[in-house]
Design a protein around this ligand. Sequence first.
Ligand code: AMP
Length: 456
Amino acid sequence: MNFSDLNLITPLLSAVEDSGYTEPTPIQVSTIPLVLSGRDVLGCAQTGTGKTAAFALPILQRLHQEPLNLQKDEKLPIRALILTPTRELALQIYESFETYGANIAITTAAVFGGVSQNPQVQKLKKGVDILVATPGRLNDLIGQGHISLKKLSIFVLDEADRMLDMGFIHDVRRVISHLPRKRQTLFFSATMPDEVEKLAMTILHEPETVKVDPPASTVESIRQLVYLVDKVNKKKLLPWVLNQPEVTSALVFTRTKHGADRVVRELSREGVKALAIHGDKSQGARQEALTRFKSGDIKVLIATDIAARGIDIAELSHVINYELPDESENYVHRIGRTGRAGLEGDAISFCCYDEFDALRAIEKLIGLDLPVVESPWPMEVFTSTKDPDAREHRADRPRSSSRGHSGRGRGSGSGDNRRRNADASAKGKNKPAKGENASAPTQKKPGSRNASSNQA
Ligand code: AMP
């Protein structure tokens, strides 16, 4: 299949060619004709598989071909709105519209918080066809009378499940209350929990559902592995992983903003330069950190989940989960920052005893048992750090005697099994659980290009 088979007009085909794309991805093949025909779409496809172009190209074409019938001196009305959860993603999607629309006279603007609204308002005053926005700033500007969405014809929710969850749903509902009832609505995400899909269906009108891959599945080009490691040893494990020659760039996720700053400090003590990106940083600092990371100026970026979704970083070699996410869906989005556009990538997760439940939930969501690999700091604390009796349960023996505990290597079983094995190991029993590979697993280097994966 070629882009020219999708009924796209020549200026868009040229822009696609200039972007270096030779053929459309599956989500583009399925979605572009539907959007061109005016249908509502619920689109699910894995991270990094070209969802942005799947909606941007047909939107640009529809707006380009739609007659405008403007009165004399009437300002260009906003005809398409794309809502996204983060400022960085808004900017990135805006840039994609600029790229794909380079050869047609369609104007795009982005509005998001954390920066002065004045330049955004100035641009809106001149009139724009397409607006990419985060919900908070958009509602502010609507409230101030700078934005009218009365003539809107296409509405897109990117990262739709995130936009419809508790954190955003009220803002999104407010935005929707300003939209014409008759419009085309498009929802996209790589993850779509059932209850969110039900909610989405109440907003969409007779949608066509496109699910290119099972929702929440991870792309095969991402090699995934887990290190079982005590919480206190994560700060030793991280620089060790980062110093492996395969790690050319790494996006490291922490659960909290404080955690992100702490990891930057800890790495600095080890001589590893890193910057952090999180919600307490100014937008200028966020943007600068991301730009320097994208350009290769810094090799390591420490992030909270604000960088988990959508952000496209060319040739990112490693995603590292210093802490597992609270919401399993975010694991899929985090690791999806690598292995994009058909490239390979590695996703390494650090899991301490307190995180076994999170690990099990992730494995259930993605339908895979993640391979566990031994590091120089194997787990020695087999009880919750929240447990006041933790010290009594501590395995008080040299590190070597804890080797072989928890089913390292390929197909090591579920988080449940690992916890059982870890407990057994703490008591000096190293027998693998039933159904588990009893042979000594080979130790893999972190980030090893041939690290085992049981995705098949
Ligand atoms: P997205 O999922 O929209 O963030 O896109 C992921 C990456 O794939 C981006 O770097 C896009 O530039 C790239 N991309 C999108 N469509 C194609 C295509 N048809 N062929 C090759 N790369 C693409």
